[in-house]
Design a protein around this ligand. Structure first.
Ligand SMILES: NC(=O)C1=CN([C@@H]2O[C@H](COP(=O)(O)OP(=O)(O)OC[C@H]3O[C@@H](n4cnc5c(N)ncnc54)[C@H](O)[C@@H]3O)[C@@H](O)[C@H]2O)C=CC1
Ligand SMILES: Cc1ncc2c(c1O)C(=O)OC2
Length: 346
């Protein structure tokens, strides 16, 4: 696996970074034993240092806690792992039966979470994250989902205040970087335009796109933005490249259930049918097509993949270096499965 210098962090990143929402029980309660196998699988599939993407929000700290526990159990040297912690939520005691954040998304949680985006708040997220990680610590940090934070504004004054909070959070992260405590500061969000807005205000070392540059969605404006980032030496990590599993036959599209009742849903299902037919015709695995697409744009240095099961991890990592024939890509363009004006592949 060919590593690349990751933006301005000085780190050499492998093409695959492991996501860890499953360790925080996103959409399903995963048995502890399965989580142990997932963490062990990471180190079987990628040579050290292994890169992991997590967040305080994932299971209200459960994902970070399990990462720390399992790395210690496997006797992993802290130098053999780079943990990226997306900050914005702190773990809180669970009062009542159910957590109050993102109802319906997280299962079997033992804690609640609170959103804390400010100078002090983001530092609480950072320090608490390191406590949960035990013997390990976050080498990369970012503000998690500024898009959602801004979208929750009640009026324009609140919107302005929220931008102030985000800038203050970055002031704190910039200090951690100058003190040498972290190697890079970034952002992780599903709405790529919010990443562009953050980049206009803050000097970032790297960014993480989610659900944004995929075989299903690849607007030319985003390609132009990626080119700008690449020229500026900002690292780019591409996440949720299966659109949360939908492209591979899953029921969630960008983290919502597709019922087929709306016109938009019918279009999505139609897209998937056409994609699968083309994959069968050219004998290309759909996951391999998604991964090749997600890495095809210059400037994308790695993909963050799902850790849904050891089996899927093995399959995904095996597919990452595969190349489908150019005729497959031209066919997808002809069939408008991908945008015919997409300048790479085929
Ligand atoms: N806001 C942010 O910053 C976001 C960050 N992320 C990061 O990206 C990581 C990956 O995203 P995911 O949510 O896992 O979405 P994804 O787009 O990678 O899809 C995951 C789903 O695809 C299925 N799958 C995975 N590998 C497969 C294979 N080889 N064959 C068939 N099916 C397979 C699984 O059912 C899984 O639930 C996350 O764990 C997280 O670390 C994801 C979304 C948002
Ligand atoms: C709201 C939300 N839903 C799903 C996911 C995330 C998220 O922030 C995330 O970071 O990884 C998967």
């Amino acid at each position: 696996m060919q590593r690349q210098l990751f933006g301005k962090t000085g780190l050499r990143i492998p093409p695959v970074v492991f996501g860890s929402t499953s360790l925080g029980n996103l959409f399903a309660e995963v048995p502890d034993e399965a989580k142990q196998q997932v963490v062990a699988e990471w180190f079987r599939r990628v040579e050290a240092p292994v890169f992991i993407d997590s967040a305080g929000k994932y299971g209200a700290g459960m994902s970070l806690e399990i990462i720390g526990r399992e790395l210690a159990r496997l006797n992993i040297d802290p130098a053999d792992v780079v943990i990226s912690n997306k900050l914005a939520w702190t773990r809180q005691p669970l009062v009542g039966d159910e957590p109050t954040f993102e109802p319906g998304a997280w299962f079997g949680l033992t804690h609640d979470a609170r959103q804390e985006i400010s100078y002090e708040g983001i530092l609480r997220c950072y320090h608490q994250g390191n406590e949960l990680l035990g013997d390990y610590q976050a080498g990369l940090v970012s503000v998690h989902d500024p898009d959602e934070y801004l979208a929750a504004a009640t009026d324009s004054a609140d919107h302005k205040q929220r931008w102030h909070d985000i800038e203050e959070a970055y002031r704190a992260l910039g200090e951690l970087r100058s003190e040498g405590k972290v190697l890079g500061v970034g952002v992780g969000a599903k709405e790529w335009t919010s990443i562009r807005d953050v980049c206009d205000r803050v000097d970032l070392d790297w960014v993480m796109l989610a659900n944004s540059l995929t075989i299903m969605k690849h607007p030319p404006e985003l390609l132009a933005f990626i080119e700008q980032l690449d020229e500026a030496g900002v690292g780019i990590l591409n996440a949720a490249v299966f659109n949360a599993g939908f492209a591979l036959g899953g029921k969630f599209y960008d983290y919502r259930v597709v019922t087929g009742e709306s016109a938009e849903d019918r279009e999505l299902l139609d897209w998937r049918q056409r994609f699968q037919t083309a994959c069968q015709r050219f004998d290309v695995a759909p996951a391999a097509a998604c991964l090749e697409f997600a890495r095809s744009v210059p400037g994308i240095q790695a993909v963050a993949i799902s850790s849904s099961s050891p089996h899927n991890i093995a399959r995904t990592v095996a597919a990452v270096d595969g190349a489908a024939p150019p005729s497959f890509w031209s066919h997808l363009k002809e069939m408008h499965v991908i945008d015919p004006s997409f300048p790479f592949l085929g």
